[in-house]
Design a protein around this ligand. Structure first.
Ligand code: FES
Ligand code: MG
Length: 599
């Protein structure tokens, strides 16, 4: 139910009034007032009835990808003040994708929880969500969905392009390339580190189409960010202007009572799925969109990714699937140019509302491609069927595969049998977690050949708390020197969005939840049929049942003990990746700002 007022009409009663203008409880009102006066707000301001806009600050020294938000916040404040609001900035639990041990995946739900408490429990009428590094964007959108106060996201923007010897070097992607050179002896360690560092030349988040660029593009496609804003590089002047406009708009959204529930509809999620295919987005996106949708109360089955997304072609030529990087993406037109191409094919639900009060159709219909080397017109797409396949079988109920990153070499090796062009099979080698993989991968005694299928388990939300990005495994060094740069990888973990491996990942339920992967043994033959969407170990149900009973008798699939209180708490309540890996039970707290009994 919306309670929309026409733009510019002041709200009769803001929720912050329950703190600062409550005649029934003058004692508490005075206490609230004196404490906020403490840092420089005046009594006049606080009693004026101006909307109070939170700035949910994700930038810090611990979160270097988002650190530029500390600078942008000044411009957000100016925008808020210009529009007649009061800015209150507060910290969000830090998340940095590559720095957090054991994995940043653990912290998305923690940042979510803490932000829900802040937005619900303090006098905040609307909020600017400062998004960026991988998990920060979904964490903030999930919290905004739960609380359902007017909310607008501001991307910190990607880093400038990286360069090395005249070639673009992209965040993360260069690591996967560099480690092959290192394994082949073509680079020493110092050369390797220098090569990787060249990909990060400025403030901002990963400049490839990794999870950060993906999730910020999808935040825009969902309608939660100003049109055209996701792709602006962090150091650009436009980024500062955008921060100012975002702050201003947050105030207007409060007056209009334009809430996440007005924007994050099923249409919006379907638009985001379509855009994810066209940009070659990260395999983490289905997890995060499922999480946001569940907190918003929108039913978004994993299968929608295949039904809506799989047939959409790849339009954006960014690494890892393509050649270019973040600056190029912005100059070529960013998200609106991509959306316009999809609108031209009837693939966007144009009536979906966005934060600027207009529909996505009105915002993007006339957007043009400014560089067609970077963003392709629909009829000159880079690859067809760029979305995900959703696979199932006796090893898991659901897993996804990004088929757009299957290389020609890989296709020739596995998918070229004319009688059976979509299927292949081979013997499994099973690794229990990334440590086991790193310890054993180069041991010739394992007998890995070019026929082998590599499995990673114990890497899901429970097994490796938060789910590790480890499914993309390089083959043993001796195979790489023979020219085999990739083997099929299957697992219950995640994979970095910056990796170009055609893995089958996010398998749910995971081994630690006694999914079928827990029963797999090295040497078992496994058949993968991409045409039928199946992955099956070629042993009888009887044998699988026996293995399951034996493993249960031993206490289930073993995984390492928790190292922190939060790891234990999350492990006890987290769901599986096909349904967003959210804290199960949290989804019932929906739109709680409206249930607070406040005006
Ligand atoms: Fe933070 Fe890539 S590691 S955006
Ligand atoms: Mg990542």
């Amino acid at each position: 139910m919306t309670n929309r007022k026409s733009p510019g009409t002041p709200s009769a009663k803001l929720r912050s009034r329950a703190w600062f203008d409550n005649p029934d409880n003058i004692d508490m009102t005075s206490l609230y007032l004196e404490r906020y006066l403490n840092f420089g707000l005046s009594l006049e301001e606080l009693r004026s009835g101006k909307p109070i806009i939170g700035i949910a600050q994700t930038g810090s020294d611990l979160s270097p990808c988002n650190r530029h938000h500390l600078v942008l916040a000044e411009r957000i404040r100016e925008g808020i003040r210009e529009a007649g609001g009061i800015a209150i900035e507060f910290p969000v639990h830090p998340i940095q994708e590559t720095g957090k041990r054991p994995t940043a995946g653990l912290d998305r739900n923690l940042a979510y929880l803490a932000l829900v408490e802040a937005l619900y429990g303090y006098p905040i009428d609307g909020v600017v969500l400062t998004t960026g590094c991988d998990k920060t964007t979904p964490a903030l959108l999930m919290a905004a969905a739960t609380v359902n106060i007017p909310a607008i996201a501001l991307s910190v923007g990607p880093m400038l392009n990286g360069w090395h010897k005249g070639e673009r070097t992209g965040s993360g992607t260069i690591v996967w390339k560099g480690r092959e050179l290192l394994a082949a002896g073509e680079l020493d360690e110092e050369g390797f580190i220098k090569l990787v560092a060249s990909s990060a030349p400025s403030t901002g988040y990963c400049n490839t189409m990794g999870t950060a660029t993906t999730m910020n593009s999808l935040a825009e496609a969902l309608g939660m960010m100003l049109p055209g804003s996701a792709a602006i590089p962090a150091p650009y002047r436009d980024r500062q202007e955008c921060a100012y406009r975002t702050g201003k708009r947050a105030v207007e959204m409060v007056h209009e009572d334009l809430k996440p529930s007005d924007i994050l509809t099923l249409d919006a999620f379907h638009n985001a799925i379509a855009v994810n295919s066209a940009i070659g987005g990260s395999t983490n996106a289905p997890i995060h969109l499922a999480a946001i949708a569940r907190h918003m109360g929108v039913d978004l089955p994993l299968k929608d990714w295949e039904t809506i997304g799989h047939r959409i072609p790849l339009l954006v030529n960014l690494q890892p699937a393509g050649e270019y990087l973040g600056e190029d993406y912005y100059r070529a037109g960013g998200v609106p140019a991509v959306v316009a191409q999809l609108i031209g094919q009837g693939l966007i639900r144009e009536q979906a509302m966005t934060v600027n009060g207009r529909t996505i159709g009105d915002n993007c219909r006339d957007a043009t491609i400014e560089d067609d080397r970077v963003i392709k017109p629909f009829d000159e797409a880079l690859r067809k069927d760029a979305g995900f396949l959703v696979l199932s079988g006796n090893l898991f109920d659901a897993a996804i595969m990004k088929t757009s990153v299957i290389s020609d070499e890989f296709r020739d090796r596995y998918l070229s049998n004319p009688d059976d062009p979509d299927a292949f099979e081979g013997p499994a080698i099973v690794f229990d977690g990334p440590e086991d993989y790193h310890r054993r991968i180069d041991d010739p005694a394992l007998g890995i050949t070019r026929e082998t299928l590599m499995f990673m388990r114990g890497a899901g939300p429970i097994g490796y708390p938060g789910a590790a990005e480890v499914v993309n495994m390089r083959p043993p060094a001796y195979l790489i020197t023979e020219g085999v740069s990739a083997l099929p990888c299957i697992g219950d973990g995640r994979q970095s969005g910056t990796s170009g491996s055609p893995s089958i990942l996010n398998a749910s339920p995971e081994a630690a939840a006694m999914g079928g992967l827990a029963l797999l043994r090295t040497g078992d033959r496994v058949r993968i049929d991409l045409g039928k969407g199946t992955v099956n170990v070629l042993i009888s149900d009887e044998e699988l049942n026996e293995r399951r009973a034996a493993l249960k008798a031993q206490g289930g699939y073993p995984y390492p003990a928790s190292q922190t209180p939060w790891q234990e708490i999350q492990r006890n309540i987290v769901g599986q990746m096909n349904t967003g890996a959210i804290l199960e039970g949290a989804e019932k707290y929906q739109r709680i700002a409206q249930t607070m009994g406040l005006p």
